[in-house]
Design a protein around this ligand. Structure first.
Ligand SMILES: *Cc1c(COP(=O)(O)O)cnc(C)c1O
Length: 355
């Protein structure tokens, strides 16, 4: 029940429901697409020294060092970069800044669950465009969208990705609409739209340190776009929470960017683990979508997604199931390390009575 003081417009709005974060370590945790590996050793070093002892002082409201490190790493100008408290915060700023002007938003019917939540919170009208029967996103469905476009690439929870030409097609066919490309999982094998930012003033690319950089607990995200868009987003940031990134997260973000080799190796390991797991799941009779992300979306003809989820939970393995039209038969499995994937496959073999 809400209090009697809650704004009537907000009453009953469904919030985003994150995956479980159990306190005890008894689960093999494959439910929120985190990295199974710890962050780079440099990240631990960054929290020594005087980062912690200087917590009496506010952090840099411009996140200068972090923004410059991001700009260097991605070969863009700092003016093209915004740092956020997770990419969710940046998406929130974007919905707040750009989507309220009556035009509204379009995104797929099956995609990241936060998009409709933000749309409702900010009173943005939105339309959901069905993915194809095989869950492919058809770029033509977004041509001349008549609204701002939000696309996760790779998409979640399907893991399927569009190529750069397909993203470019959507940008070209929407010159007067903003196109947000949410690249939370791009480092696991998809193509980034970052090289298109110079040529398209309607493109906003959003990425996160939560997945490929093993820093979900630090809340670090960033956006890259042409300068005017970044300025608008900064206006939202400075009007809500100018110190959106704390000193520890800023230090950790800079340190992570200094160890690209470590993260590239982690992402390669996950991609290999993903391919092995896909093969094993198919051997057990699952249909598995072609994933470029660090998770797999899979369904079995003999058991509903809900039951698979519940039975795996009994076996100490947490995955995600979405009680939603079209995808009720599926479970989303985060790709973990080799041992976790072996445990998953062994448990599924038992559950399906084949092992
Ligand atoms: C995980 C995820 C995010 C949010 O990431 P944070 O940076 O942790 O806020 C955004 N978009 C998609 C599609 C995600 O899966």
């Amino acid at each position: 029940m809400s209090s009697r003081f809650l704004d009537g417009r907000l009453r009953g709005l469904p919030p985003y429901v994150p995956g479980e974060q159990p306190k005890d370590g008894r689960f093999v945790k494959l439910n929120t697409n985190e990295m199974p590996f710890p962050p780079s050793p440099r990240v631990l070093e960054a929290l020594g020294g005087d980062t912690v002892s200087r917590l009496n002082r506010y952090p840099d409201p411009e996140a200068g060092d972090f923004v410059e490190a991001l700009a260097r790493h991605y070969g863009v100008d700092p003016k093209n970069v915004l740092a956020g408290n997770g990419s969710d915060e940046i998406l929130s700023f974007a919905f707040l800044a750009f989507f309220g002007g009556g035009k509204g938003a379009v995104f797929p019917d099956i995609t990241y669950g936060f998009y409709p939540v933000y749309a409702r919170l900010y009173g943005v009208p939105y339309k959901q465009i069905p993915l194809a029967e095989d869950f492919a996103l058809r770029p033509e469905d977004y041509y001349g969208a008549g609204a701002h476009v939000v696309i996760a690439n790779p998409n979640a929870p399907t893991g399927m990705a569009l190529g750069l030409e397909e993203i470019e097609g959507i940008l070209q066919a929407n010159r007067d609409n903003l196109v947000i490309v949410d690249e939370a999982y791009v480092d696991f094998g998809a193509e980034s739209a970052l090289p298109l930012v110079k040529r398209y003033d309607n493109l906003l690319v959003v990425q996160t340190f939560s997945k490929s950089r093993a820093l979900a607990g630090a809340r670090l995200g960033f956006a890259v776009a042409q300068e005017e868009i970044i300025k608008d987003l900064n206006q939202m940031r400075c009007s809500t929470n100018p110190y959106n990134l704390d000193r520890m997260s800023l230090a950790v973000g800079v340190a992570a960017l200094e160890d690209a080799a470590y993260y590239e190796a982690c992402c390669r390991t996950i991609a290999q683990s993903r391919e092995w797991t896909t093969g094993e799941l198919r051997r057990l009779g699952f249909s598995v979508l072609e994933s470029k992300a660090n998770f797999l979306f899979a369904a079995h003809p003999a058991m509903s997604g809900e039951e698979l989820y519940a039975r795996l939970r009994q076996e100490g393995i947490l995955v995600r199931h979405f009680a939603q039209p079209r995808i009720g038969d599926y479970i989303r499995i985060t790709v973990g390390d080799a041992g976790q994937m072996e445990a998953l496959i062994a448990a599924l073999a038992r559950i399906l009575g084949e092992g």
